[in-house]
Design a protein around this ligand. Structure first.
Ligand code: N0T
Length: 522
């Protein structure tokens, strides 16, 4: 048996290890229904993924796929997906669509759907049943946990030699939609009961809440935050039960993903109770077996979300992000700035598909997300995604060596009016000038390595740069030698020496590239 994938550290930075070596996930997530059919995968998915320089496919395995009748487990679909992935040389991140998928309970088996008395639903304030099994329904959580345990037991049997599955997502975009919380009788009695000791201790000293919480209920203690905190507590406890059941069988790393807190910003308009950034404290406390909470990013302020979710105790994994050419730039930034475990554009099989066959996202979704429809167009993405993923692969040794040091700095153009950044290094300051944002092109982004005080490696796309002395230093900085080139397993392979006219106009173009620069002062 080879070593099971795990989250370890390199230079103090949380890193995924597969086969005991650091592994950067260059992923893509499939549409929800693709992996429910092996034939569909063969015809419409795998051929579309070739040539993109991906190393990982993120795909759903649903409870209804593996336990069609109660206690009757069938892993033929899972086995088929594993075989196909191995043949394609891809790793898998499995999305466990159990009790909850985008809030609702649509992926539970029919025998669970029909038995709404045992597996009771959450309710809105008016007492209408929602299509969401309540996280406070112990019977349902136990059944999900049992099925998930069986899945992990099976993976241990069939995959512990190959490590095809590198980690799993548990449920999908959890939380109550269309209601600010679960008002069912089962939830209500807990909501009105005293806040549990551990939660009181967790928020001890938080000035938003009363100093003495003894014997007080959720609304008494947490006021207008009560609904969301209460639902987080309910969901996170349920998820921890499910995760533990799986990890008892086979201890693969696991995470949960979040539908962001976004327009129109009220809990219930986005799923209430999910692991959004401001709820990480309670989620981390109640679901400590998860290694991270990943953001699903469709909003235009992509880099801000990455920055918000990346934290020392929350290594960045982006399970879903837009896949237009502009968004490709953020993938480089995620590794360069946020030390990401991995990234994964959503619906990645569309990238190589005939654009005429693709469904457009509904207009109201685009409106709600404040996204220009052009920004969702992925018809021009393939060459850029392929190049950026190839580039990241060849950069891995540099990332591993320089991450966490002051000798590596990464940037991305945050929005159309963002025109650059000044980066401070030991002997020089470098001003990066971002290129214009153009439709169907990557936006400016890059990583600059300070290889020695006088030597820099500029990588990325769509920018120019000026190297200045430190403020107050009156010397003149001159580029002594500039070379264009490419990266190969962490080494710079030189192409032309850029002198003469070319030296006056050094820039990084639309495709990710590398320029090495040595300066001197006069
Ligand atoms: C995502 C994806 C998939 C009115 C949507 C995004 C995926 C799920 N949800 O294509 O269904 O499985 O995780 C939610 C963002 C919606 C904003 C709508 C505003």
């Amino acid at each position: 048996m080879s070593k099971i994938p795990y989250i370890g550290e390199v230079n103090g930075i949380k890193t995924l290890f597969v086969d005991d070596r650091p592994f950067f996930v260059r992923g893509g997530e499939l549409h929800n229904s693709s992996s429910s059919s092996l034939e569909y995968m063969e015809e419409k998915v795998w051929p579309m993924l070739r040539g993109l320089n991906m190393n990982t496919v993120v795909l759903p395995v649903a409870w209804e796929n593996i336990e069609p009748t109660e206690g009757g487990f069938d892993f033929s679909l899972v086995d088929g997906l594993l075989d196909q992935a191995r043949r394609e040389g891809m790793k898998l991140v499995i999305l466990w669509f159990g009790l909850w998928k985008n809030s609702e309970s649509n992926y539970v088996p029919m025998w669970v759907k029909r038995n709404y008395e045992t597996y009771w639903r959450a309710e809105n304030a008016k007492g209408d049943k929602l299509n969401i099994i309540s996280p406070f329904c112990k019977a349902a959580v136990e059944k999900d946990a049992l099925a998930f345990g069986k899945l992990l037991e099976h993976l241990k049997d069939v995959d512990s030699e190959d490590n095809t599955v590198i980690f799993l997502q548990v449920e999908n975009e959890i939380g109550v939609l269309h209601s600010e919380r679960d008002f069912s009788a089962g939830a209500e009695s807990l909501f009105q009961s005293a806040v549990p000791e551990d939660i009181k201790t967790l928020f001890d000293g938080d000035e938003r809440f009363p100093a003495n919480m003894d014997g007080q209920s959720w609304p008494e203690v947490f006021g207008e935050n009560a609904c969301e905190m209460f639902m987080c507590w309910g969901y996170a406890n349920a998820v921890e039960t499910i995760v533990q059941s799986g990890q008892r069988q086979y201890k693969l790393p696991m995470y949960a993903n979040a539908w962001l807190e976004q327009h129109p910003w009220r809990p219930g308009t986005y799923p209430c109770g999910g692991p959004i950034a401001k709820m990480h404290k309670i989620w981390k406390h109640c679901a400590p077996s998860l290694f991270t909470f990943g953001p699903d990013i469709y909003v235009p302020y992509t880099a801000d979300v990455m920055d918000e979710y990346a934290a020392p105790d929350n290594p960045l994994f982006v399970p879903e992000v837009r896949k237009d050419p502009g968004a490709v730039s953020y993938l480089l930034y995620a590794f360069g700035h946020n030390n990401a475990i991995g990234v994964s554009p959503f619906g990645v099989e569309d990238i190589n598909a005939d654009p005429a066959t693709l469904k457009k996202p509904p207009f109201f979704v685009m409106m709600a997300l404040n996204i220009d429809p052009a920004a969702m167009d992925c018809s021009a993405t393939a060459p850029y995604l392929s190049a950026v993923y190839g580039f990241i692969r060849e950069m891995e040794p540099l990332l591993l060596e320089y991450r966490g040091t002051a000798h590596m700095k990464s940037f991305v153009k945050h929005n159309a009016v963002d025109d650059g950044i000044m980066l401070s290094f030991e002997k020089y300051d470098i001003v990066v000038n971002y290129g214009r944002t153009e439709e169907k092109k990557p936006v400016a982004s890059g990583i600059i390595y300070e290889l020695a005080p006088d030597r820099f490696l500029m990588t990325g796309m769509n920018y120019t740069f000026t190297i200045y002395p430190k403020m107050g230093d009156r010397s003149e900085v001159v580029i002594g030698e500039a070379r264009e080139g490419r990266l190969e397993q962490g080494r710079f392979v030189s192409g032309r020496i850029l002198n003469g006219d070319e030296r006056m106009d050094i820039n990084l173009g639309d495709m990710p590239g590398a320029v090495s620069v040595e300066v001197y002062t006069i």
